[in-house]
Write a protein that binds this ligand. Sequence first.
Ligand code: AMP
Length: 218
Amino acid sequence: MRLILLGAPGVGKGTQAKKLQDQFGIPQISTGDILRAAVRDKTELGMAAKAYMDRGALVPDDVIIGIIRERISQPDCEKGFILDGFPRTIPQAEALDAMLAEMKLNLDVVLEIYVDPEKIVQRLTNRRVCSECGAVFNLLTNPPPADGKCPNCGGVIIQRDDDKEETVRNRLAVYNKQTAPLKEFYSKKGILKTIDGDDTVEEVYRKILDTLGLEKEK
Ligand code: AMP
């Protein structure tokens, strides 16, 4: 299964991608996670990307395309992959098409998760994440432990710099301008499906499996 999860920041792409990864054993490829790891490790890539990320702007296409080219040619992607946060621009989508054509592969489906933008602002400004393992919490719906330590790995739970309200609003504007045109791009290819993401994690997961014609793990 080769799948793209499309949707504005904060609709739950990462959470749902992890669930699919756990159930079906195909890797989640999150360009945001790859970039954050590079920033944390202070690599050349991380240093170049940080300024864009901090203001909620997109990292240049050629950098991102290079990351994906390298990642999808790894052996663990042979059975498929779940792209989370890529592509985010038309040139990225065109580059992905070219890469897949070269590898004689195709995309099965592009699944758009839709949530009302004001609800996204609420979700993201209340989001907290583990600085080590990336586990996600929410002050309103899934509060982190009072000691501020991750129950999975003991890492410190933080607010992402780009989850501050002003940056969130900028990320949504960037999404509308640069990423939303991908809906038409994939709709024309006949592989776009949209689901309502304003629901519990489990309910959204059920809708995704229904849409993909798959069964939930018993
Ligand atoms: P995310 O965790 O997917 O919201 O990504 C966090 C940030 O990483 C974004 O706001 C961008 O600055 C950068 N980023 C992640 N994926 C991409 C992409 N496909 N193209 C450009 N920038 C990206």
